[in-house]
Every structure is written in C-alpha cells, then in structure tokens.
Design a protein around this ligand. Structure first.
Ligand code: 2PG
Ligand code: MG
Length: 397
C-alpha cells in the first residue's frame, strides 16, 4: 500500500515549472513528472500552476490515498477523479492528478514485479479484447519523429507546427537509425542553404529554418533523404496544429492536396481548427484510405469529444496524451474507444517535457500504432527514444 507521498516543483524543458510526485511503499520508491502543452486544445483538463498543484497533492490528495493498496488502478484513479469532482479537473488540477496516477502505476508495476509497459499492457488487454482484438500484439509502435518545426514551437519558422517522418522499419533500432541519419544530413543541408545559424532548434529539438512556404520543409526533408540514400525509407506526416495557423480552410485544403501529390504523406494531424468538424469530414471522405487523419486538439484524449468526432466520421486516427485527460485509467478508456472505432492510436509527447519516459512504456503497453516524439536531440526527447530501445532490447533477448 502507499505509505508516503511527496511532491515538488521541478523545471520542464522550456524553463517553466511543472510537478514531480514521489510515492513510497516499504523499500519501493518511484517518481513521475508531468509534461505540459504549448499549443493546447481548449477542452484539455486544467493544468494548475505547479506550486498550487503541489499544495493540492500534499494537503488534499496525500491524506486520501495513503493506505490505498497497490495494483488497483481503476479504483485508485476513480478516487482521484471523485476527490476533484469537477468535469475539467480544475479543483485539484489535471496535472496533480496525473502525476499521482502515473506514479501509482509505477509503484504497482514494481510491486507486481512487472515492467511499467507490462503492467499497462495488463490493464489494456481486457479493453482491447472487447474490441475484438483477442491478443494485444507486442509489436513496436511506429515512430513519428519530428524533423522540422514551426508554429508556436518555433515562432518565425514555418507556419505549420510539425513536419514528421515515419520510418519504414520493423524495429525501433532500425527506425532510429533512419531518423538519426536523416537528422544529421538535414543539419548539413540547412546550414549550407541558410547559414549555420539556421540550424537552431525549436522546442522539440527539430530544426526551425524560417520559411513562408508551408511545404518547403517537406522539400528539404526529401532532398536530405536523397542525399543520405534514404529515399523510400520513410513516409512523412504533418501536424498542422491548425488552431494556430492563419490560413483559411480552402487554402489549407489546397496545401494538403499538394502535399499528398508531391510527398509520401501518410499522417495529418489537426488539419483544421478544433471547432471545424465539417472540414475534417470532407477531408476524410476524400482521403480515407492511405492517410491517417488524426485528432489532437479536436479530441483531447476525451471520450465525449471522441464520440462527437465519430458521430460525424471526421477522423480515422487519434493522438493520446495522458495529460489532456488527467489519469491513467481515463487515458486507457480513450484508447479502448479509439480501437472500437477502428482508429489508429498514436501516443504523443508534449511541447514542454520532462525526462519522464512514461509514454514510451504506454506506447509499448497498449500496442499503439505509433508514438509521436521530438527530434533525436535534447535530453527530454532522447529519454523517450532510449526507453523505447530499452524495452525492445528486453524483448529481443
Ligand atoms: C502537439 C503537441 C506535441 P503541444 O500539438 O501535438 O507536439 O504540442 O504539447 O504544445 O500541444
Ligand atoms: Mg498536435
């Protein structure tokens, strides 16, 4: 059972405060820390300032959870949810709840002598079974790795937020070999073309050359792939994060058509603003096969938002971010519903990260179709790649 709870403020990757939670049971001690979004969906749960969230954990949550048995994730998270009692977790903070919920998963895994990903897998299997997947495959999530960024993550660079590559490979290590080779070739290409100062990194570790042409980054990625002998080794993806883009739907549709025609576009996230569901619907009708059209700000890991999206048949994939909803159990409920709808499930990092690698375990554990990460640079991004590798290494031996 939980014997001790502590929490404190720590720094995130953008020099802002976030929270870290520590739980103890006997000899076992675990910590978890919580990322934050920069381009947030308006319906995400509330993330309170770190000092307030810490205070809520110490004064309100701790007295309630001390003594709670381990390995009881659903009831534990339900207790947290009820303690908060608001639909958007504004009373105690979605960040406070998630830090405690993640740490509880780690502690429960330890007590059951399981790796975190195995523990999460056991929680996810029954739900996946209901969705007619009798066995949850232990296959690696496909990487969606950021190469060039713009939008809110690199103001003054490109208008869209994320230009991603999806390696064609069967293992994590093979995928990482492709993206690291591409990443270093891209650095040289950008330096040669725009000068060495253009190789500055955005918030998620990717390059951020200034351009007004929203598709120019794909041209750079293509050129780098040819220079490094990687043509055909990956497909590309785009997170338009359209809520922060000034182009209108007509202009956006033209750009998506061009991208689809000229590049191996496989993945498109938040192509329109979160309240423009009808535009998603027509895009999906046009591109249903062969293109993942994913909700992020649209769906915010929230089953109610997902039901709306499905009622109109507006997407065929979705981003899963635990901190959009606030507990591990609710995250897994969103995964379950996405599977029932036949959507692809992509676990994702956030703009402001910590070194916590929970999402790597989550992606392996739920058998996610993909995991969206930053570039293979900056410690908080690298931590996730290295954990994916570590899990793969244990599976291959
Ligand atoms: C996104 C994320 C992660 P943020 O939009 O998908 O890249 O950004 O965490 O800033 O919302
Ligand atoms: Mg997004």
């Amino acid at each position: 059972m939980i014997e001790n709870v502590t929490a404190r403020s720590i720094l995130n990757s953008r020099g802002e405060w976030t929270i870290e939670v520590t739980l103890r049971s006997g000899e076992w001690k675990v910590t978890a820390s919580v990322p934050q979004g920069e381009s947030r969906g308006s319906r995400e749960v509330v993330s309170l300032p770190a000092d307030q969230a810490v205070k809520n954990i110490l004064e309100i949550i701790a007295p309630t959870i001390i003594g709670h048995k381990l390995g009881d994730q659903n009831n534990f998270d339900d207790k947290l949810k009820k303690l908060d009692g608001t639909p958007n977790k504004e009373k105690l903070g979605g960040n406070a709840l998630l830090g405690v919920s993640m740490a509880y998963s780690r502690l429960s895994a330890l007590s059951a002598n399981l790796s975190l990903w195995q523990y999460l897998r056991e929680l996810a299997i029954p739900s996946v079974k209901n969705a007619q997947h009798s066995v949850l495959p232990v296959t690696p999530p496909r990487l969606l790795s950021l190469m060039i960024e713009g939008g809110l993550h690199a103001p003054g660079a490109s208008p869209f937020q994320e230009y991603l590559v999806l390696p064609r490979a069967t293992t994590i290590i093979e995928s990482i070999n492709i993206i690291t080779k591409l990443y270093s070739t891209l650095r040289q290409l950008i330096s040669d073309r725009f000068g060495s100062s253009a190789t500055r990194l955005g918030d998620e570790g990717a390059f951020a050359p200034a351009t007004n042409d929203p598709l120019a980054p794909f041209a750079l990625i293509t050129e780098a792939s040819q220079a490094s002998g990687l043509a055909d080794k990956f497909e590309v993806g785009l997170d338009a994060a359209a809520d922060n883009v000034s182009l209108n739907p007509e202009e956006l549709n033209i750009l998506y058509d061009q991208a689809r025609m000229n590049y191996p576009l496989r993945y498109l996230e938040d192509p329109f603003k979160e309240n423009e569901l009808d535009n998603f619907v027509s895009l999906l009708t046009k591109f249903d096969k062969g293109l993942m059209i994913a909700g992020d700000d649209l769906t915010v890991t929230n089953v109610e938002r997902m039901k709306l999206a499905q009622a109109k048949k507006s997407i065929n994939a979705m981003i899963i971010k635990p901190n959009q909803i606030g507990t591990v159990t609710e995250t897994l409920e969103a995964v379950k519903l996405a599977r029932e709808y036949g959507w692809k499930v992509i676990v994702s990092h956030r703009g402001q990260e910590t070194n916590d690698d929970f999402i790597a375990d989550l992606a392996w554990g739920i058998g996610a179709d993909g995991i969206k990460l930053g570039a293979p640079a900056r410690g908080e991004r690298v931590a996730k790649y290295n954990r994916l590798l570590e899990i793969e290494a244990t599976l291959l031996t």
